[in-house]
Design a protein around this ligand. Sequence first.
Ligand code: GLN
Length: 304
Amino acid sequence: MKIEAILQETYNEVIGFENIGETASYIPELAGVDPDLFGVHISTLDGKSCGIGNYQEKFSIQSIAKTLSVTYAYQMLGDKIWEKVGVEPSGTAFNSLVQLEADYGKPRNPFLNAGAIVISDILISNLSNPKDDFLDFVRSIDDNNQIAYSRKIAQSEKEVGYRNIALCNFIKSFGLIDNEPSDVLDFYFTLCSIEMTCEELSRTFLYLSNNGISPKNNRELLTESQSKRVNALMQTCGFYDESGEFAFKVGLPGKSGVSGGIVAVHPDQYSIAVWSPRLNPKGNSYKGMKFLEAFTTKSRLSIF
Ligand code: GLN
């Protein structure tokens, strides 16, 4: 069966499932999103592109942007970034504080909020206009100038970001943050607010299926070895304390966000994005996980 037909069949099946969970109510702007929107889009390295449902609707990609920020920092500074952030799964929630004290402020990985805050600090120290430069970087991956931040969402999160404020200050007390916490957090909330459609997401992430090279413009975003490592991190840490479950059921490196988006990549083959705002108790899209599990099972296109 063709990949487009499998996508459609899977969509038809999963749309009928009961849709369980709540939207991320701790960010007021996200709580108001229609919880039953559902879109998917696949882009393959051999040029196929197929979307179903609400795949052209923009949503803030939230923690999915952490893959892009770590890519940018890794590209600029290489292995030095691992001095300040680890590469181990945490087995804790995305916003957890518990391990930081025992680990002297060094976050376990760049996908936890703690780790992404440290990467934000690194980017601020190395960019002249952090927000503009980061957005330009993201746009350059697929030559897409339609990608932008949502000021409203960044502001909404900033007003209630007490946990992230705590994380940033706590890490700074160990000396692992160089800049002012308010500047680091402003950048962090802004990067989480980047809005994309499923189509834009799946296209943007194709570089991780293609050994770090954008298939759109041949730009090398990461070396082959770095790309392999970012995929390894997505596989082991991309879904926080549900990363094992995602590997077990879906079998692809991927990254989720609290807006209900998930992007997953199959090295050498394809990138797929799904969006459904209702979250399971671990903060990952309930239907998104179900969809990807059914898709990789039917298509037999997982890495295991
Ligand atoms: N901006 C969100 C936060 O910091 C990102 C979390 C997520 O998507 N898991 O809480």
